[in-house]
Design a protein around this ligand. Structure first.
Ligand code: ADP
Ligand code: MG
Length: 319
């Protein structure tokens, strides 16, 4: 049976792991950006892992080794940050093909360390092997103050749905590269995680939080599934950069689609009660309201050109 026949990546993970026991120190197992483990009175231990495979997550035609290293670190830091956590320690497992060179690996590590230094992460272990392609897997351990931790499951009916920065830039860059068009590709080859300090400010006022790895539609669907709510997204309020709008014009495509179904923007999506928005704005203002959390029976939909349409979920490996 093909994995797509059971509903793709997330259905497979459920099938493989459902009903298996975890000890009582596991506060959150599978199903959020990080696993959350009891640590001490005031904080939880966070663990996340993400893999990047040559020709799937990066192409050697378009990325310098420095950029691959940087992206791997940013992608993983983003999962810790999205829980309002602080990243601390990293382990890198890497698979190198026979054509790998010392110079390539030097540059890859320089990129990884540049990002690690920025976020206060120390690389303290890993594993090294060989295979047919480059495969890099990073695991990060971090911690979060218990009272600041924000899960996907804490959205409340009536919350406003907000997004930091702008979305769709990574997909716009990827599409330009794929079509051989020149334009702004920075958001694709050098995506940046939000910082722990920014996420902690947001967490002081927000209910649920997630980072954008698979597109706004997918992240909203995760929040709604875990929080047992519905949601309405306003197409016109999805934040796009000038670069993304210009790239979409060149590509003759709709940049909103990049934001909804593309992914790898690593911005934060959070839900917040209406009354807290102006308070958060005093401390952190780089966000837009894109929709509202609704009762579960309302479903998850997109409001576009005065009409409701159901929201397709975003990127899903094997779907
Ligand atoms: P993110 O996009 O935030 O990195 P993922 O979509 O990769 O999150 O993963 C969603 C959840 O599924 C996470 O809790 C992750 O730890 C878990 N997960 C992913 N792959 C597996 C697997 N092969 N076995 C068990 N859990 C997995
Ligand atoms: Mg995530």
């Amino acid at each position: 049976m093909k994995i797509s026949e059971i509903g793709g990546e997330f259905a497979l993970i459920r099938r493989l792991t459902q009903g298996k026991p975890a000890d009582k120190r596991v506060i959150q197992g599978i199903g959020d950006d990080c696993a959350v483990i009891e640590q001490n009175k005031g904080s939880y231990l966070l663990v996340t892992t993400d893999m990047m495979v040559e020709d799937d997550h990066f192409s050697l035609k378009w990325y310098s080794p420095y950029q691959i290293g940087m992206k791997l670190m940013e992608v993983n830091v983003s999962d810790i940050v999205s829980m309002a956590g602080i990243p601390h320690y990293a382990f890198l497992a890497m698979c190198m093909p026979s054509f790998a060179t010392v110079e390539f690996m030097d540059e890859f590590y320089k990129g990884m360390y540049a990002s690690a230094d920025k976020h206060g992460v120390f690389i303290i272990g890993g594993d090294t092997t060989h295979g047919h392609k480059y495969v890099f897997n990073l695991t990060i351990l971090g911690e979060v103050e218990k009272k600041l931790m924000r899960l996907r499951s804490s959205a409340q009916n009536g919350d406003q749905i907000c997004v930091t920065g702008t979305l769709g830039g990574s997909t716009a860059g990827l599409k330009l590269l794929e079509k051989g068009l020149s334009g702004y590709i920075q958001d694709h080859v050098e995506p940046k995680s939000r910082t722990a300090a920014e996420a902690q400010l947001i967490a002081c006022y927000a209910h649920a939080m997630i980072d954008v790895s698979d597109g706004l539609a997918s992240e909203i669907t995760h929040i709604c599934n875990e929080s047992k709510t519905g949601a309405g997204i306003n197409y016109d309020t999805i934040p796009l950069s000038e670069h993304t709008i210009k790239s979409a014009e060149l590509l003759h495509e709709d940049p909103h689609e990049f934001a909804l179904y593309g992914g790898e923007d690593f911005e934060l999506v959070f839900t917040i009660s209406k009354k807290n928005i102006s308070e958060l704005k005093k401390h952190f203002a780089d966000f837009s309201v894109v929709g509202e959390i609704l009762r579960k029976e309302m479903g998850v939909y997109l409001f576009k050109n005065g009409k409701k349409q159901s929201l397709k979920s975003g990127y899903n490996h094997f779907s």
